[in-house]
Design a protein around this ligand. Structure first.
Ligand SMILES: O=c1ccn([C@@H]2O[C@H](COP(=O)(O)O)[C@@H](O)[C@H]2O)c(=O)[nH]1
Length: 236
């Protein structure tokens, strides 16, 4: 399968991890045309972010709802049906077989794409072992990617550290969406599996999710523009 054509500007997804709609709208206004794709997760989603997601989608921006669904299959399916009405491009679920199967079946006929979260980018091998897993990060990411592929999931969320090996497993059949992006010189924070924007694109990531390095920058628009320039250069 040929790689899908993704507009370079759409490859940067800015995470609107902000306390409320007022702050999110102010950030969106500051970023202006520099950003075309936004992610809404727990913090904003539980503070009025879903109507904002609908408005953003209607205004022509792309929206990634990072709700990381995980429940019994029926509940996941009904949740996906509700989310599909909001106009978002991506929705995350955790990469458990029942959950992925229910989500994929429920999104049929909508424009919504399901992304499976493989192993959170704040986890390393020690964190997985502490959580009771016997596999290390790379083995668990790969096992979950294989299952996601078989189940027809549209894309994977992983660290860019796994992008190259995941591309070999899934080819261009699935989107690779990578948080854990840290431009040179920015704070790592709670992320453990990180790469710069340029290295992530070179490793095969389709989309880069960036939160604090943009939203907490002294000049968020300049920070976003610098990442966009790094992405373009890595693609050239
Ligand atoms: O494995 C994952 C899955 C999701 N995320 C989300 O991405 C952003 C990253 O924000 P930064 O401020 O750039 O660290 C955040 O919304 C996470 O919930 C992730 O980091 N890792």
């Amino acid at each position: 399968m040929q790689p899908a054509v993704i507009a370079p500007k759409d490859r940067l997804i800015v995470a609107l991890d902000l306390p409320g709609v007022t702050e999110a709208e102010a950030m969106i206004a500051r970023l202006g045309d520099s950003v075309s794709f936004y992610k809404i997760g727990y913090q904003l989603g539980y503070a009025g972010g879903l109507p904002l997601a609908q408005q953003l989608a209607k205004s022509g921006k792309k929206v990634f709802l990072d709700l990381k669904l995980h429940d019994i299959g029926n509940t996941v399916a009904r949740g996906v049906e509700s989310v599909a009405k909001l106009g978002a491009t991506f929705l995350t679920v955790h990469a458990y077989p029942q959950t992925m199967k229910a989500a994929v079946e429920a999104r049929v006929g909508s424009g919504l794409k399901i992304l499976a979260v493989t192993v959170l980018t704040s986890y390393d091998d020690g964190d997985l072992h502490a959580a009771g897993y016997r596999l290390n990060v790379s083995d668990l990411v790969e096992a979950r990617a294989q299952q996601a592929k078989v189940l027809g999931v549209d894309g994977l969320v992983s660290s860019p550290e796994e992008a190259a090996s995941l591309r070999k497993i899934v080819g261009h059949q699935m989107n690779l969406v990578t948080p854990g992006i840290r431009p040179a010189g920015t704070a790592t924070g709670d992320q453990k599996r990180i790469m710069t924007p340029a290295r992530a694109i070179a490793a095969g990531a389709d989309y880069l999710v960036v939160g604090r390095p943009v939203t907490e920058a002294a000049d968020p628009k300049a920070a976003a523009d610098a990442i966009q320039a790094e992405i373009k250069q890595a693609l050239a």
